[in-house]
Each structure stands twice: as structure tokens, then as C-alpha cells.
Write a protein that binds this ligand. Structure first.
Ligand code: C5P
Length: 206
């Protein structure tokens, strides 16, 4: 099968030296890509700016912004593929961005934002298997189950990014798989590698 996986943050530039982003390091997405390749799947990893080595057997495409990420994903998607959206895509970008560094003397201190495209949602009616992630800080499972239905996913991997040993940057994660019918599969604290194995088991089970 062909797997397309997004990982890491996106950066939404204001000018060449300033951007909006988030603390994602890409570890979880890279672990999913490593495991897909290890199982012999054709694996494409679309990565935002991160400091990680490309797992063996994985074809990596580096991108910066959400719009770049969407274009790269659309270019790779084929019928029957599996798309796993692990990236922490920035929801907004500056309405205007500049090619040259803006002098602070001319900046007003106000920034107008516009919505970024939702990569997962834009693939909603394409005949592929979709798996999402939900990084939440409150109402974790309710939010995850809403997103699972809204984005037409096979399942969503929910994690509480404020819980100890879970979320951004660390090598472990405590996750729950949430299904469209609201049913749950809870896991204990595990390495991101083990979480990736469970995700691949669940996809392969279909
Ligand atoms: O940001 P949100 O909580 O809605 O993210 C849930 C899922 O949607 C994640 O899998 C994320 O990678 C994906 N997503 C996306 N494009 C966005 C925002 C989120 O693909 N612009």
C-alpha cells in the first residue's frame, strides 16, 4: 500500500525572519513513517521544519507552510492510499507576508490572520483511508470524536498534550483511538515507536 504521512509543525512566515508556528518536533509522524516503511509499504513523509533523520526506506518531502504541505500531499495521493495526518498544521497564517524583513519602526503591532486549508478535510471525499491525530488540552475524547466524524476518518489518535510524558517533543505518548461511532481503545503510556506499531496494526487489520 502507499502511505502518505504528514509530520512536524508548519511555519507561517510574516517576513523572512519571523513566523507563527507550534512546538511539534515531528517525532510521532516520523515514527509512523518508519513503521510503515518497515512493514514494506511505499512510504512518503511530508515534513515541516524539524531536526530528525529520515527513517530508512522513506521518501521525504520537506515543506514549510500549510499551503506547501497541502500541495505536496495532493501531489502524492492516489486512490487506495492511506493518509495519516500527524502534522500540527498551523490553523492560521498572516494575511500579508513580506519578502524582506520588516523594520519594527514600520510595524503596527497588529497582525491580520486568515485560515489555512485543512489538509485532512480537503481529502474527505477521496477514496483513501484517512487517519488523524487530535492534540487537545481539554475535553480530549469529545473533541476527538467530533473531529473523527467531521473529517470522515477511519479513526483518530487522541492525546492530551498537557499530560505528563504525552504530546509535543517527548519520546512517549499516552493515546486513545477514537472511532466514528464513539467507541474507544485506550492505551497506557508507550514509546512513540510502540504507538506507531499500534496505529499500523489498526490500519492493517482492515
Ligand atoms: O487541528 P486539528 O485538531 O483539527 O487537527 C486534527 C487533524 O487534522 C490532525 O490529523 C491534523 O494533522 C489534521 N489537520 C490538517 N490540516 C489542518 C489542520 C489539521 O490536516 N489545517
Amino acid at each position: 500500500m502507499k502511505f502518505i504521512i504528514t509530520a512536524g509543525p508548519t511555519r507561517e512566515h510574516i517576513d523572512p525572519v519571523r513566523f507563527l508556528s507550534n512546538p511539534s518536533t515531528g517525532k510521532m509522524g516520523f515514527a509512523v513513517a518508519a513503521e510503515a516503511a518497515r512493514r514494506g509499504h511505499e512510504t512518503v513523509l511530508v515534513a515541516g521544519p524539524v531536526n530528525l533523520r529520515t527513517p530508512s526506506g522513506v521518501r521525504r518531502i520537506d515543506v514549510v507552510s500549510a499551503r506547501d504541505m497541502l500541495a505536496a500531499v495532493k501531489n502524492e495521493v492516489i486512490d487506495g492510499a492511506v493518509f495519516v495526518g500527524v502534522a500540527a498544521v498551523a490553523d492560521f497564517r498572516p494575511k500579508v507576508s513580506f519578502d524582506k524583513k520588516q523594520k519594527k519602526s514600520v510595524m503596527t503591532g497588529e497582525l491580520k490572520l486568515v485560515r489555512n486549508p485543512d489538509i485532512l478535510k480537503s481529502l474527505k471525499s477521496v477514496p483513501i483511508t484517512r487517519v488523524g491525530f487530535a492534540a487537545e488540552t481539554n475535553d480530549v475524547l469529545a473533541e476527538a470524536s467530533r473531529k473523527c466524524r467531521e473529517k470522515n476518518l477511519k479513526f483518530i489518535v487522541a492525546n492530551d498534550v498537557l499530560a505528563k510524558g504525552s504530546g509535543f517533543g517527548v519520546s512517549t505518548n499516552r493515546v486513545t483511538f477514537v472511532y466514528p461511532d464513539g467507541s474507544l481503545k485506550k492505551f497506557p503510556l508507550m514509546s512513540k515507536r510502540r504507538v506507531a506499531e499500534r496505529i499500523l496494526d489498526e490500519i492493517d487489520r482492515a
